[in-house]
Write a protein that binds this ligand. Structure first.
Ligand SMILES: N[C@@H](CCC(=O)N[C@@H](CS)C(=O)NCC(=O)O)C(=O)O
Length: 304
């Protein structure tokens, strides 16, 4: 395997524990690693399969981006959750998982990985991605044998709502909650045309894109639901059910898509979209997406 010297940082020592763990898992000696020793090991240690070597380099590459190690850490006895997400610019499910963590009010660390890049195929096969079979978002909560891991955006919402109380995520009113839950489920399992043909791309703006009849049907259905939620239950604030809740979390990437592709919407919807877009958490996510350097070519154009 060729040296990957340009990738490795000069000061690699803070992350040596990560590599030691990887190497130890595979029965390799556990050395006091420095950059030179790591490269030697990757070159010569026959107990590492080629895939393991790639994985090891990937872990170091992630660390070079200052992304820390995967495992959740326990700081001063305070349990820390760790959320693994994909590219903030493109990964709509990651955005939902992240907003859910913010909504929980709990402390969490986040680690973004570049989806579909050169290393993604190897990375998604590593242990930390095993629970979801290589999909993001993944939420790790706790350490060791008692650690809980939950993946899939909707499961993350449910898990966090169990932890901090249902009312933080769902409307209190029974009829409103019934509708919110149904809308969330519908987004999670449906709108395939919208999801496939208009990929989320926070950074990009197109002039009004000519959408297909299938996407139009999804858009009309979504606008109908937004209108009903706002009209029946939205009196308490600018969001679907008044205050920001799980339904807004799940539809936030739709807001982004409508903006990116210039989907025309009626006034009530653009007021709602404005409320979502200018929400502090969305602004923080958007800023991070803007400064992300990773690009996924296949999501740079609509797939119409
Ligand atoms: N149903 C899952 C979907 C997760 C998903 O498909 N995530 C995409 C990124 S948005 C992913 O991990 N793609 C990487 C891959 O499939 O290799 C959820 O709600 O979280």
């Amino acid at each position: 395997m060729p040296h990957r010297t340009p990738i490795l940082p000069a000061a690699i020592l803070p992350t040596a524990a990560t590599a030691r763990n990887v190497l130890a898992r595979h029965g390799a000696p556990v050395p006091a690693l420095d950059e030179k020793r790591l490269l030697e090991l990757l070159e010569t240690d026959l107990t590492l399969s080629p895939m393991d070597r790639v994985n090891c380099v990937n872990l170091f590459m992630l660390d070079t981006a200052n992304l820390n190690s995967y495992a959740p850490r326990n700081r001063n006895g305070v349990n820390t959750m760790k959320l693994i997400i994909g590219n903030r610019n493109y990964s709509s499910w990651s955005l939902r998982g992240w907003l859910a963590c913010k909504q929980s009010g709990l402390h969490f660390e986040e680690m973004a990985v570049p989806l579909y890049g050169a290393e993604w195929d190897a990375l998604r096969r590593t242990e930390d991605f095993a629970p979801s079979a290589g999909k993001v978002p993944i939420l790790w909560d706790g350490e060791g044998p008692d650690a809980a891991v939950v993946w899939d955006s909707l499961a993350i919402i449910d898990y966090l709502a169990d932890k901090v109380g249902r009312d933080r995520f769902w409307p209190k009113d029974n009829a409103a909650r019934a509708m919110a839950r149904s809308m969330v489920a519908e987004m999670h399992s449906g709108y395939l045309a919208l999801r496939e043909q208009l990929p989320m791309n926070i950074r990009k703006r197109f002039d009004r894109v000519e959408i297909t009849p299938e996407v139009r049907a999804d858009v009309v259905r979504i606008l109908t639901l937004w209108a009903e939620a706002r009209a029946r239950f939205g009196q308490g604030g600018p969001f679907l059910f008044g205050t920001f809740c799980a339904a807004d979390i799940i539809y936030a990437p739709v807001v982004s898509r409508f903006l990116t592709y210039g989907v025309p919407v009626p006034g009530f919807a653009s007021a709602y979209m404005e409320a979502v877009w200018t929400h502090d958490w969305m602004q923080a996510w958007i800023a991070a997406a803007q400064s992300e350097v990773w690009t996924i070519e296949k999501f740079e154009e609509p797939a119409l």
